[in-house]
Ligand binder design. Sequence first.
Ligand code: GLP
Length: 241
Amino acid sequence: MEIIKVRDYEELSQKASSYILSKVKQIESPVLGLATGSTPEGLYSQLVDEYKKGNISYKNVTTFNLDEYTNIDSTDPNSYHFFMNKHLLGHIDIPKTQINLPNGSVQDLEAECLEYDEKITRAGKIDLQILGIGVNGHIGFNEPGTPFTSRTHIVTLDESTREANSRFFSSIDEVPTHAITMGIGTIMESKEILLLVSGEQKADTLNRLLNGEVSEDFPASILHNHSKVTVIADAAACSKL
Ligand code: GLP
């Protein structure tokens, strides 16, 4: 695992953006894995800016998002579909047919999980997966205790995760209790992973990631077993190293 330490959130967003753009330019039909949460917002805004300046086209890019809440329509402002359109996908030239997010509003969620996982395999695997990390070490919505071999599946969200994400909703009661997430096994099949960690509230998390054991109690620890992971972390997140 390689760690790039940067000054602040702005530098983190810039570094992550240059990293991704160089991949997009290198690969003929790049497949990107995308994440939600506050951490990648600055990165997405940089990726949009570069497009608006005419420095990049995303016409050949295919995307797969990590996760989506269940029982929430894709047009709901709290859905990850909405988030992605607002922050990135609605502002760039990526064809709609190349955008993939799990659909949490279908009747048969199990079938949706299976189909989503197969779609990723059919696309030839993810070239670069962007990840954030939850305070409890979750990646995607894979909460502590999730088997490292898991494929795309339905999860019950931890109370701590619902609480952390309640800032996007008007009250915690509105935060969904379940979600679909790419599994840890699915994430680990990505050819390369870029993990972004920002802020003091993630300082203990980053310390545990870098210095703790590989254990299902801390999902992100599995990244030690991947051959190409880059972590970009700002000074606040590095404050307990
Ligand atoms: C959510 C998402 C994760 C994300 C995490 C951290 O639970 N499902 O993919 O990494 O939150 O979010 P933030 O970047 O806002 O701290």
